[in-house]
Design a protein around this ligand. Structure first.
Ligand code: HEC
Length: 136
C-alpha cells in the first residue's frame, strides 16, 4: 500500500494587515506654560535706593543734608513734597528743575540726566526716588 502521504498544505494565512500604518505620533503638546510673571509694580525700596544713590555716583554731588555741588537730598525731598512734584519726571527729563534753577547748576544736572541717569533702569530709579523722598 502506498502510503498516502498527506501533505498538509499548511495554508499560511498571511495576515497582511492592510491597515495604514499610521504611526500615531502624538505630538506631545506639553504646552510650555509661559507663565507671565505678574510683576506687581514692585514696591520701591528706599533702602536699596540709598545704596544705588551711592553706587550710581549721585553722592559725588549730593549729600543728605549738606550742599556739595548739587542741593542736599533733604532739600530736594522737601521741595518736591511742597510742590507735589515728581522727582522721577525730573530725572527722566520730563519736568524742569525746581530746587536749584540757576542755569549753570541746571546744566550740570541736565548732563547727568542725559548720561548717568539714562543708564539707570526704571526699577532702580524708582528705588532711588523712594530714597530721595524718604529723607526728612
Ligand atoms: C556732577 C554733580 C552731580 C551728580 C553726579 C548728580 N547731580 Fe543731581 N544735581 C546736581 C546739581 C548741580 C543740581 C542742581 C541743579 C538742578 O536742580 O537741576 C542737581 C539737582 C538734582 C535734583 C533736583 C532737581 C530740581 O528739581 O532742581 C535731583 C532730584 C537730583 N539732582 C538727583 C540726582 C541723582 C538721582 C543723581 C545720581 C543718579 C544725581 N543727581 C547726580 C549735580 C549732580
Amino acid at each position: 500500500m502506498k502510503k498516502l502521504a498527506f501533505i498538509l498544505m499548511a495554508s499560511s494565512i498571511l495576515l497582511v494587515s492592510c491597515g495604514n500604518s499610521k504611526k500615531k505620533e502624538a505630538p506631545k503638546k506639553v504646552s510650555a506654560k509661559v507663565e507671565k510673571k505678574a510683576t506687581p509694580a514692585a514696591k520701591a525700596d528706599p533702602v536699596a535706593g540709598k545704596k544705588l544713590f551711592g553706587s550710581k555716583g549721585c553722592t559725588a554731588c549730593h549729600h543728605e543734608t549738606a550742599k556739595i555741588i548739587g542741593p542736599p537730598v533733604k532739600e530736594i525731598a522737601a521741595k518736591y513734597a511742597e510742590k507735589k512734584a515728581d522727582v522721577t519726571k525730573f530725572l527722566r527729563g520730563i519736568s524742569p528743575a525746581i530746587v536749584d534753577t540757576d542755569p549753570t547748576q541746571v546744566a550740570i544736572m541736565k548732563n547727568n540726566i542725559d548720561t548717568m541717569v539714562k543708564a539707570i533702569s526704571d526699577a532702580d530709579l524708582s528705588n532711588i526716588v523712594a530714597y530721595i523722598n524718604s529723607v526728612k
